[in-house]
Design a protein around this ligand. Structure first.
Ligand SMILES: [Zn+2]
Length: 476
């Protein structure tokens, strides 16, 4: 596993610890300033790159030889950073000529250049067909509405001993809302090391995320009991997860998070309330106007509600994936092509799309991947076209068609005639598939197969879309 150029040693994993900051007004201004500085550095260098490209294009159109063109600006991080450091004395100054760039940590500018270098590289490789996945566009300028974000990789990055403060370069010591106990303890014991601190503004709240390498013994915690050796889990629309054994026993059923449903009712009420207030748009006159205090108040309540839902959902998903990864040795799942499911289908799929987005299936899959490694269980993904829902768990016959509306699976085979909950049926099929694949893997192993087989399985099923190996936002 690698993080940029950093090699993660055996027994160590990348893990992010995220905390909400509680800055003083002065610190809030400093945070804004750093984010603005990072955006400025990014845009300045992107402008330089673009100008260089169009200069060369223009020269080419005059028939100048390739060798005589203005040299191409290097897109490497080092060179972009050095270039910005030369330019900042002219560009990062106020109208009266006093420089403002020394007010922020130079790390903020450097990391912005690093991000730009990465964005240019991704575009270049995508353009030449060397990059997997969807096409990557040419980087665009960051506007004032872009996410406010900056990062530190060197300098004083400390988690304070009182468990409620962190220290960052130039910004000093900031209070955090939650206890940093879990990370602080690891840092004190030497089982974690901070690689990077990223600060960003999310829904009006400043967050700091420490990317760390953490030493983890891959095993199930002593206090957790194994529920079943092999299960299949089906991620449905109505119930978020159903786990079943190959023998056909349902061992776990977790309903889809209803937080969003409740909260969306509350949100609609708030939005109706906002509609009765005087907003910033005067529809009859077709002009902008100053919104009323009541409208602004309601907007703040709406934003707060969104934050609440996001937090509830994150918490719920983390607990669920932890329980799954700890309770079973082998977990069979579908390969969830969430992007495809969300992209296609018109109004008919609206309900499903919403449920998928609501349940955060992509995130679910990602968490399950890294937590099965943490707790030494194995995830077996079914082939993308494996008909887990259409196959009868009684006789093995495959239905030609099964609509999403059919919640009950009824077998067409007259000799069988099985009637079973649709999602349970799929879970049983996935459990059997996982068991079969697992034993095939053991059989092909050598003398040391008990230890090598699970690792081989994990290696054979890499995460497809998300290149990052870093589990974000988890504090375990
Ligand atoms: Zn059947």
């Amino acid at each position: 596993m690698t993080a940029g150029k950093f090699e993660v040693a055996d027994g160590w994993v990348l893990q992010a610890y995220q905390y909400a900051l509680d800055p003083t007004p002065a610190q809030r201004a400093a945070l804004e300033s750093h984010a603005g500085g990072a955006r400025f550095a990014y845009n300045t260098m992107l402008r330089a790159v673009k100008a260089n490209l169009s200069q060369r294009d223009a020269e080419r159109s005059y028939g100048i030889d390739t060798a005589d063109l203005t040299p191409r600006l290097s897109w490497s991080f080092q060179s972009l950073r050095n270039d910005f450091n030369r330019r900042k004395h002219q560009v990062a100054v106020r109208e009266d000529g006093t420089p403002w760039w020394p007010e922020n940590s130079k790390e903020a500018y450097a990391n912005a250049c690093k991000n730009l270098a990465a964005a240019l590289k991704n575009w270049d490789e995508s353009d030449k067909g060397k990059r997997k996945g969807p096409r990557v566009g040419f980087p665009s300028f960051k506007s004032k509405r872009s996410t406010r974000k900056f990062a530190f990789t060197t300098g004083t990055i400390e988690v304070e001993a009182d468990r409620h403060h962190v220290t960052l370069p130039r910004l000093g010591t900031l209070r955090v809302h939650e206890s940093t106990r879990k990370l602080a303890r690891r840092l004190e014991q030497g089982t974690a090391r901070v690689l990077k601190a990223t600060v960003r503004l999310e829904r009006g709240c400043w967050l700091v995320s420490f990317t760390c390498v953490v030493e983890r013994a891959a095993r199930r915690p002593a206090h957790v009991k194994r529920v079943a050796p092999v299960v299949g889990i089906d991620v449905g629309v109505k119930d978020l997860v159903i786990a079943a054994t190959p023998e056909g026993d349902e061992v776990m059923r977790v309903c889809a998070p209803k937080e969003f449903k409740q909260a969306s009712r509350k949100l609609r009420a708030l939005q109706r309330k906002a509609a009765r207030r005087q907003g910033p748009w005067d529809a009859p006159a077709k002009t902008r106007r100053e919104p009323s205090a009541g409208w602004l108040r309601t907007q703040r309540a709406i934003a707060k509600q969104h934050v609440r839902v996001a937090n509830l959902r994150r918490d719920r998903l983390h607990k669920l994936t932890t329980v799954l990864a700890q309770s079973f040795d082998v977990i069979g799942t579908e390969t969830l092509a969430v992007k495809n499911m969300m992209a296609s289908g018109g109004t008919r799929k609206k309900g499903l799309n919403r449920a998928i987005a609501d349940a955060g299936l992509g995130e679910f899959s990602r968490q399950l991947d890294y937590k099965t490694i943490w707790y030494k269980s194995v995830r077996v993904r079914a082939d993308r076209w494996y008909p887990s829902s259409k196959t009868c768990s009684g006789c093995g016959s495959v239905k030609a068609k099964l609509t999403l509306a059919e919640r009950l699976y009824v077998c067409d085979n007259n000799d069988c005639g099985l009637r079973i909950d649709r999602d349970l049926n799929a879970a049983i099929n996935l459990a059997r598939l996982a068991r079969a694949e697992q034993s095939a893997c053991f059989d092909s192993g050598g003398a040391d197969r008990k230890t090598t087989a699970p690792a081989a399985l994990v290696a054979a099923k890499p995460e497809s879309s998300n290149g990052s190996a870093s589990p974000q936002g988890e504090a375990a």
